[in-house]
Design a protein around this ligand. Structure first.
Ligand code: ZN
Length: 301
């Protein structure tokens, strides 16, 4: 109980501070993204409504995003990602993360960062325990792309929630049927976990994914062979993990790099001291502050 009260207090404080700096935040982000900030041209009174010209449309969209950022308590407006690359980067396994037969058998690569020089990171969200409607509203109003890695034992409680997510443009990917420690299972058992989830996703969401993440980031050669056999082409894991109250880093330099894949989970107050919205606020504030935009992982695969 005490923890909840503290949390609410600190949130109220943040919200107040943010409201005060809203005008500054808008001005700063206008500079960063090259929006002109010019007001939309006034329409003649009583004349026929004309569509906004591109500059005015951009300014209006920017104002809309700034208002959404204020509403969700962000320190600043999230940066707009660059257009998807015309030529997709070649994805190789991270050094030391390949398995025997990786190249010869064309097994799906396990990687933590997408090769790019652009200042983008990729947000990936796992499992599916928490189904928070406010999270869906937040991400759609702020236009933040992300990819979901779903495990059936959690999402089957409410496939409809994830269909709404999919309708907002989110790609749903495979995270097994029951979230086991895969290297402890036989090839056949691993194949059942991965192909079984492919079948569920085809049935529930209309499409079997080509992207799969092994639970806990643990896998062996059989995992990647089974995944390939189930139609999987990529097995991204992550370079950073964000929690509602802290970050964890895979690399010694403890910092974000261009193309990094960031992991978080569909979790709420049952699992940690905050909501999905609190978690996303922490994530977005840090990446924006460090000059990164959030891009769509599947645009680079
Ligand atoms: Zn998981």
């Amino acid at each position: 109980m005490r923890a909840v009260v503290q949390n609410d207090k600190s949130r109220a404080r943040i919200t107040t501070a943010v409201a005060g700096s809203a005008a500054l935040a808008l001005a700063a982000s206008t500079l960063l993204t090259g929006c002109s900030g010019d007001p939309a041209p006034a329409h003649g009174q009583g004349g026929p409504a004309r569509p906004l010209d591109p500059r005015a449309r951009q300014a209006a969209e920017h104002a809309r995003l700034a208002a959404a950022a204020r509403r969700w308590g962000l320190d600043d407006v999230p940066l707009t990602p660059p257009a998807p690359p015309a030529k997709k980067p070649a994805i190789a396994p991270r050094d030391g993360f390949e398995v025997d037969g990786q190249e010869e058998e064309g097994l799906p690569p396990v990687f933590t960062t997408v090769p790019t020089r652009k200042k983008v990171v990729f947000l990936t969200i796992d499992d599916g325990a928490e189904k928070d409607p406010a999270f869906l509203r937040m991400m759609s109003e702020l236009k933040i792309p992300y990819s979901a890695f779903l495990s059936d034992y959690l999402v089957k409680e409410d496939y409809g929630y994830f269909r709404r997510m999919q309708a907002q443009g989110v790609t749903l990917n495979n995270h097994t049927l029951t979230h086991p420690y895969l290297p402890g299972l036989s090839y056949e058992e691993q194949r059942d976990e991965i192909c079984g989830m492919q079948a569920v996703m085809k049935e529930q969401f209309g499409k079997a994914p080509t992207v799969f993440r092994p639970p806990y980031g643990n896998y062996n050669g059989d995992t990647l062979r089974a995944a390939k056999d189930c139609g999987i082409k990529y097995a991204p894991i992550w370079d950073e993990e964000v929690f509602v109250d802290h970050w964890e880093y895979r690399d010694w330099d403890r910092s974000l790099h261009p193309g990094d894949i960031v992991l978080t989970h569909f979790r709420g107050r049952d699992d940690w001291n905050g909501t999905m919205v609190d978690d996303m606020r922490r994530f977005l504030n840090k990446v924006t502050r460090e000059g990164y935009a959030v891009a769509r992982l599947e645009d680079y695969l």
